[in-house]
Write a protein that binds this ligand. Structure first.
Ligand code: SIN
Length: 493
């Protein structure tokens, strides 16, 4: 096994946390963690099962009364300390993220700051979870709307942002007064364990955050326990639409509250009147962040006919210059993809597009041989002459592939952009102010970037419409998702 040297080696506890105890899986089974850059195993964590899942809910339910009764100011102070510790350990955490997830080190460090921003923001917001006093329609009454924590929350997080996604779920849960059981992705459990270790150090009491790590095979048994347990009042999930639908179906018996941040198929539209430099910068930032492995990554790039050829040529040149390599090389801009399944899907989309008439402007193949220590590398790719019938336009590719489709009219491109079951993010570039309002209103999407490729921020509501899910993360809406409203009517006053 290779190792990972950190300043704080105890950020790799090799155990998961239930109540106050860092422990092995109930039956001692372990899950190997490998580095996508080399394919080599470098750590292991518990491979949790149903018994671990039940113990985690027991601990979270036991901790809930005291945590909800803890004054918001105190909860806020703990979150502030957690934020400070995340930033103080940015280097270690950044290296950990890059090692298990594969993103370049600059992006790993950036993700730590991004994760901390949610912790800081929700810490501040904890003290502002105000209810309402409602003017009563009759005399002698006082009517109140109180905000209360929903209870125990289960968070299920993805591998593409192993720090940010857990922070964006746990921070509002704690701010609201909820306790948490969480299951990080099987490919990237280490970062989340390190985050929870620091949360404990920040003063989060025992049982308030419980984390169960588990392999792909055992994840269903962990999650099924949480779905069936009526003490779990909410599930927050980021991942595929298929799994989101499964969670929605199976949480119906206990009518849990759900936040589902699911798959996308983001359109990125460049109109003839766009500032082309800005559009190229925007698509580079949005498409190639984390090697295209983000759910808001542009998946269909529509360019209007007058600027199409210039756009394709310029995008091709920028993408061809991207440096692919492991996170250990500071020059790397695109790391390995997460695993063999991811590479196979990307390559399948590219092959399908070529077979149906797309042109490869740059890239278009796996990167193998000297300099690539695993089979997880894919050349950053630009495809031209792409149509909506191709697989890369219908499904999320989740990789460094930019498929470009030509369009003629605004009406046609709006219909194409909206012509999918998904609606997470959409982007467009135009300098025509009337068009900006028209297109913003017409796009069926939870998030719209107008002349901007970098959209997410802790103070903004992140989430989708249609089969991209429901619920919002970040912002006051993200806090509200962890609260319910109790109406109190006082009479005889
Ligand atoms: C995601 O890919 O799920 C999140 C991306 C982001 O926060 O920008």
């Amino acid at each position: 096994m290779t190792t990972l040297e950190l300043h704080r080696q105890d950020l790799l506890p090799g155990a998961h946390l239930i109540g106050a105890e860092w422990r092995a899986a109930a039956d001692g089974r372990e899950l190997a963690v490998s580095d996508p850059a080399t394919g080599k195993v470098f750590a292991s964590v518990p491979d949790g099962n149903a018994a671990d899942a039940r113990a985690a809910v027991d601990a979270a339910a036991a901790a809930f009364p005291a945590w909800r009764a803890t004054p918001a100011k105190q909860r806020a102070a703990i979150l502030k300390r957690w934020n400070d510790l995340l930033l103080a350990h940015q280097e270690d955490l950044g290296r950990l993220i890059s090692r298990e997830q594969g993103k370049p080190l600059a992006e790993g460090r950036g993700e730590v700051a991004y994760a901390a921003s949610y912790v800081e923001w929700f810490g501040e917001e904890a003290t502002r979870a105000n209810g309402d006093i409602i003017p009563a329609p009759v005399t002698g009454r006082r009517m109140l709307a109180l905000k209360e924590p929903v209870g125990v929350v289960a968070t299920i997080t993805p591998w593409n942002f192993p720090a940010a996604m857990i922070a964006r779920k746990i921070a509002p849960a704690l701010a609201a007064g909820c306790t948490v059981v969480c299951k990080p992705a099987e490919d990237t459990p280490l970062t989340s364990l390190a985050l929870v270790r620091l949360a404990q150090e920040a003063g989060v009491p025992a049982g308030v955050i419980n984390i169960v790590t588990a392999s792909r095979e055992r994840t269903p048994e962990v999650v099924d326990v949480w779905l069936a347990d009526s003490r779990v009042r909410k599930i927050s999930f980021t991942g595929s639409t298929a799994v989101g639908k499964h969670l929605a179906r199976h949480s119906a018996d206990t009518l849990k509250k759900l936040s589902l941040e699911l798959g996308g198929n983001a359109p990125f539209i460049v109109f003839d009147d766009a500032d082309l430099d800005a559009a190229i910068d925007g698509v580079m930032a949005a498409k190639f962040r984390n090697g295209g492995q983000t759910c808001v990554s542009p998946n269909r790039i529509y360019v209007q006919e007058k600027v199409y050829d210039a756009f394709v040529a310029r995008l091709g040149a920028r993408v061809a210059a991207l440096k692919v390599g492991p996170a250990s090389d500071p020059a790397s801009q695109i790391g390995p993809m997460i695993n063999a399944r991811a590479i196979a899907k990307i390559d399948q989309h590219v092959r399908d597009a070529i077979a149906r008439g797309a042109h490869v402007i740059t890239g278009g193949q796996r990167l193998q041989g000297p300099g690539y220590a695993s089979d997880n590398y894919y050349a950053p790719t630009v495809l031209a002459n792409v149509t909506d019938a191709m697989q890369c336009s219908c499904e999320e590719t989740f990789g460094p592939v930019a498929p470009v489709t030509r369009f003629t009219s605004e009406e046609e491109v709006i219909a194409a952009a909206n012509g999918t079951p998904f609606g997470l993010a959409a982007y467009f570039y135009s300098t025509d102010v009337r068009r900006i309002h028209r297109v913003t209103d017409a796009l069926e999407s939870g998030i719209v970037g107008v002349n901007e490729g970098a959209l997410a921020a802790e103070a903004a509501p992140f989430g989708g419409v249609k089969e991209s899910g429901y619920g919002r993360e970040g912002s006051v809406h993200g806090l509200d998702d962890y609260l319910h409203t109790k109406y109190v009517c006082q009479g005889q006053l």
